[in-house]
Write a protein that binds this ligand. Structure first.
Ligand SMILES: Cc1cc2nc3c(=O)[nH]c(=O)nc-3n(C[C@H](O)[C@H](O)[C@H](O)COP(=O)(O)O)c2cc1C
Length: 338
């Protein structure tokens, strides 16, 4: 009997993608050759590393306002910027590199801006569009330390930022968010109302550690494992069908099983960085072939057919995603007592 190959295609931000595997923002996109290899391995799209607000403007009043809130460490924090310059390249080179990537590959290239305040720097959204980006990912990374800054004030600022970026560009915008919102469904709805076409859940935070010998705060970058999948998985499952937008799952996508879970929760695409940094770019091709094999074995015809099939709205026990399950899980734990 002839095998019918499943249809792996999906849509994300209005883009037709050949499969749901997208390379998320990472240093891999700094090299044209790496991005070609990502395309050859089967990546359906690639998100470029971020251009940071701090790189575009050091003296923006709005940024100043944010960084100055609640502490006196702004001058000190400026000293971190040279590191950023190392991590990244300047705004003009960013745009030139984006244009080079676009010329080198056929898959969509998504530009990425990382910032927190509305201001002149967001013109770069338009420059990214002009340089040929198929969509824009806006990474809102802000760690509030001000005791007087309320969540509603902060959320209003975020919403204004999204509105302002929306007014700059015609290309689709996805918002990459942190999981640290008091009421994620509400802010997700607000973002979509002001024009976000997709939500990328979740930004992974790199938590500083303390070095006990040197008595210094150590920046640490720990790559994810598949265990990290569960936080975005739960939230996409909860939001799917209720907030009318596309979802990208980022954090913890390492295997075909992780991709399948992302799709069943309701994601349009599953994004990968850590797995590619650990196993190499060709890992993506293995995940795609495992995905196809699993779908054939389990008689799934398409990704579209499985999307959201295990979202909260679809499952027999919706409470499994909610607080009700918390008590059950804790009570079911049987400790081995000495
Ligand atoms: C070395 C490194 C650099 C990254 N650079 C960016 C970046 O420039 N912009 C961004 O939005 N995310 C960046 N990320 C986050 C990834 O895109 C991704 O969201 C995160 O690593 C979680 O996915 P993973 O579990 O597949 O690694 C970076 C991650 C790593 C490990």
């Amino acid at each position: 009997m002839a095998i019918t190959f499943p249809d792996l295609s999906t849509t994300y931000l209005g883009l037709q993608l050949k499969n749901p595997l997208v390379a998320s923002a990472s240093p891999l996109s700094k090299s044209v050759d790496m991005v070609r290899r990502l395309e050859d391995a089967g990546a359906a799209a690639v998100v470029m590393y971020s251009l940071f607000e701090e790189q575009i403007t050091h003296e923006s009043d709005e940024l100043d306002h944010f960084l100055n809130r609640g502490n006196d460490t702004y001058a000190e924090s400026l000293s971190y910027f040279p590191d950023l310059e190392h991590y990244n390249i300047g705004p003009q080179s960013y745009l030139e590199h984006l244009a080079r990537l676009k010329a080198a590959v056929k898959i969509p290239v998504i530009g990425s801006l990382n910032g927190i305040s509305s201001g002149g720097w967001i013109e770069y959204a338009r420059h990214i569009e002009e340089a040929g980006a198929d969509a824009l990912e806006l990474n809102i990374y802000y760690l509030p330390t001000d005791l007087n800054l309320s969540s509603i004030e902060l959320e209003d600022e975020y919403v204004k930022l999204v509105q302002d970026v929306r007014a700059q560009v015609h290309i689709p915008i996805a918002l990459k968010l942190s999981p640290f919102f008091t009421s994620l469904p509400h802010i997700a709805r607000r973002f979509v109302e002001v024009g976000a076409n997709g939500l990328v859940l979740f930004n992974r935070f790199y938590q500083p550690d303390l070095d006990l010998d040197e008595l210094q705060v150590m920046p640490t970058l720990q790559l994810s494992t598949s265990d990290d999948l569960r936080l975005p998985l739960r939230w996409i499952a909860l939001l799917f069908g209720r907030v009318q937008t596309d979802f990208a799952l980022t954090s913890g996508v390492h295997t075909a099983q992780d991709v399948l879970k992302a799709m069943m929760a309701g994601a349009n695409v599953a994004m990968m960085t850590s797995a590619l940094l650990v196993h190499g770019i060709e890992h993506l091709a293995h995940v795609l072939s495992d995905l196809q094999a699993w779908m054939i074995e389990h008689e799934y015809e398409s990704i579209a057919q499985m999307r959201g099939s295990m979202s909260q709205q679809a499952v027999a026990e919706p409470a499994a995603f909610e607080r009700a399950n918390y008590m059950k899980v804790l009570n079911a734990y049987n400790p081995y007592l000495h």
